[in-house]
Design a protein around this ligand. Structure first.
Ligand code: DGL
Length: 270
């Protein structure tokens, strides 16, 4: 088991969008060593089959375990819905695994009992119906209204947010009768924290917007504290690997992490 506080936190995503989760973790736990893996060779995961995402996730877990990670955070919602159970079983004796869905389900069950909850995410996440299934275990009265919003992630990656085009696309999606008027809306994709403000404006602040990156970071913090695994290094190290390096990915890191990040290349298959 990789269970020393100084072992790094491993975080992975289909690409660089998961840097929103890495950023939330860095803000809350600035003394942690961190290893990030973005599977840029295989993105987007949102359109992939469950089996493909499971295969990529196992490969990535092997990389993170080799780097000695004490915990593996599945930052990607599509991978959290497709591969969490499998990974938990796969790395059971070596590291802890957390996803970005369970912490949100707990949060909503505590704060919106019996509520009407909207969810936007990729096709994979929405089709998996994972939120409804998990809510059923907590609170049968919570109802989930889920809508796949596949245009949003590429739109954000191209830097289209806080402008007229993004406002129109967001309005088009959020006015879908499937979503209705929820009590709260879960941002079920790594990229959506970047359009949180626009979504809030669309609803005139009448719907609570739930940011999974913040809720997952909180949950990770409690988890590490409970296991005695919080680190206090004055000079923590971070590495950011991608399975297919391009300058354009590196340039986009600032969008998601708030500062430029140097990406290192690490192939998944040789
Ligand atoms: N990271 C993915 C997610 O959170 C969005 C991008 C993709 O489809 O790969 O579901």
């Amino acid at each position: 088991m990789n269970n020393k506080p100084e072992n790094p936190i491993g975080i992975f995503d289909s690409g660089i969008g998961g840097l929103t989760v890495a950023h939330a973790i860095r803000e809350l736990m600035p003394h942690e060593n961190m290893v990030y893996f973005g599977d840029t060779a295989h993105l987007p995961y949102g359109d992939k089959s469950e089996a493909a995402i499971q295969a990529y996730s196992v490969k990535i877990a092997n990389v993170l375990l080799q780097k000695g990670c004490k915990v593996i955070v599945i930052a990607c919602h599509s991978a959290s819905s497709a591969a969490y159970e499998l990974l938990k079983e796969y790395v059971r004796h070596e590291a802890l695994v957390i996803n970005v869905i369970d912490p949100m389900v707990d949060y909503v069950a505590r704060n919106f009992p019996g509520g009407v909850i909207g969810l936007i995410g990729t096709k994979r996440t929405v089709q998996s119906d994972v939120y409804s299934k998990k809510f059923r275990e907590h609170d049968k009265k919570i109802s989930v209204h889920a809508l796949a919003t596949p245009l949003l992630a590429p739109m954000i990656e191209e830097g289209f947010f806080n402008n007229q085009i993004s406002r129109e696309i967001i309005a088009q999606y959020l006015s879908d009768p499937l979503l209705g008027k929820p009590d709260a809306l879960i941002l079920g994709c790594t990229h959506y924290p970047l359009i949180k403000k626009e979504i809030d404006e669309y609803y005139g602040s009448l719907v609570k917007i739930l940011d999974s990156s913040l809720v997952a970071a909180q949950s990770l913090h409690s988890y590490l504290a409970e296991k005695g695994l919080l680190n206090n290094s004055p000079r923590p190290e971070s590495h950011f690997y991608v399975s297919d390096y391009t300058e354009s990915f590196e340039a986009s890191t600032r969008l998601f992490f708030g500062e430029n990040v140097h990406l290192e290349s690490h192939r998944l298959w040789n």
